[in-house]
Design a binder for this molecule. Structure first.
Ligand code: HEM
Length: 264
């Protein structure tokens, strides 16, 4: 817009705009700013929208860099993957958050476990809701991981170069089932006790080492507090930890294998 400078005096608004632009320039040119917003960032001075700069933006941002620089058109269609892998991951996160809530009210001993669950449901604000969210999310995760595997199989995405990621997937399926099974014992009700009794008895029939396997799983010769503590540690610490590591490898491989496979 043409300047309305009259008699050598600059109008206040124009002056303020000039000073504002100068301030933005100074901030964007400062070392602090460029140490946070790296080359190519849209917040850096002189950003131009070019394919190279777009790649920079993705690679230099802690959140964006999780995504590939380029994505194939079909890969962002929800109807192709049904987002079942993403849904499995979301359920895992939901289980972590609700599980941490449950840990505040639960003590893994034969004398306290069932009472704690009962108190949680009847006396803790949102206790019943969070317990049910945890339970339902666990059931749904088993279902979504299974359906995700079926989707991958249907699209032939287990073939080279993704065969290694399929194997990682099989490990993730096993870990998901392990999380589900170890969590089953924790309410310490009749259903849990008998499910674990049947499960560990079956494993007792493992050839050669049957008795030893059963002993390790029970933490003794029969089901009791030691079993509960053992399965609790597996459920809240060991198996989730291993699962997170394998998920990281899984997601990394999806990227490295060229993103989501194309339609057959
Ligand atoms: C905790 C369990 C799992 C999680 C969180 C997970 C997550 C994911 C995600 C987010 C993707 C990207 C595409 C999509 O959403 O479909 C993916 C792709 C893939 N997953 Fe899984 N997954 C899991 C289990 C499995 C299992 C059980 C298998 C097979 C046995 C598997 C094999 C694959 C393969 C081969 C791909 C590449 C697919 C393609 O390129 O089209 N995953 N996974």
């Amino acid at each position: 817009m043409a300047s309305t400078n009259q008699g050598g005096k600059q109008p206040l608004l124009e002056k303020l705009q000039e000073q504002g632009a100068q301030l933005v320039d100074n901030v964007q040119g400062s070392q602090a700013w460029s140490s946070i917003f790296r080359p190519g960032s849209i917040f850096r001075k002189g950003y131009t929208d070019s394919p190279r700069n777009r790649s920079y933006v993705i690679m230099n941002s802690v959140l964006y860099h999780l995504h590939p620089v380029k994505v194939k058109r079909h890969a962002v269609k929800v109807s192709y993957t049904l987002c079942l892998g993403g849904l499995s991951f979301f359920l895992f996160l939901l289980l972590t958050v609700t599980g941490i809530f449950l840990m505040f009210f639960y003590r893994p001993t034969a004398a306290q476990a069932w009472d704690d669950i009962y108190t949680l449901q009847t006396s803790v604000t949102f206790g019943l809701l969070i317990r049910n969210m945890h339970r339902w999310a666990a059931h749904l995760m088993v279902l979504s991981v299974f359906l995700h595997m079926a989707r991958v199989f249907y699209h032939g995405a287990y073939k080279a170069p993704r065969e290694f990621n399929w194997v990682i997937g099989v490990i993730l399926l096993t870990l998901t089932l392990l999380l589900s099974f170890t969590g089953y014992l924790l309410p310490w009700d009749q259903l849990a006790l008998w499910a674990v009794t049947v499960g560990t008895n079956m494993m007792g029939f493992t050839p050669v080492f049957g008795n030893e396997v059963r002993f390790v799983l029970l933490g003794g010769t029969e089901i009791g507090t030691d079993t509960l503590l053992r399965w609790y540690v597996l459920h809240v610490l060991f198996v989730p930890f291993v699962t997170v590591i394998f998920m990281a490898i899984h997601f990394w491989r999806v990227r490295k294998d060229g993103g989501i496979s194309g339609p057959l």
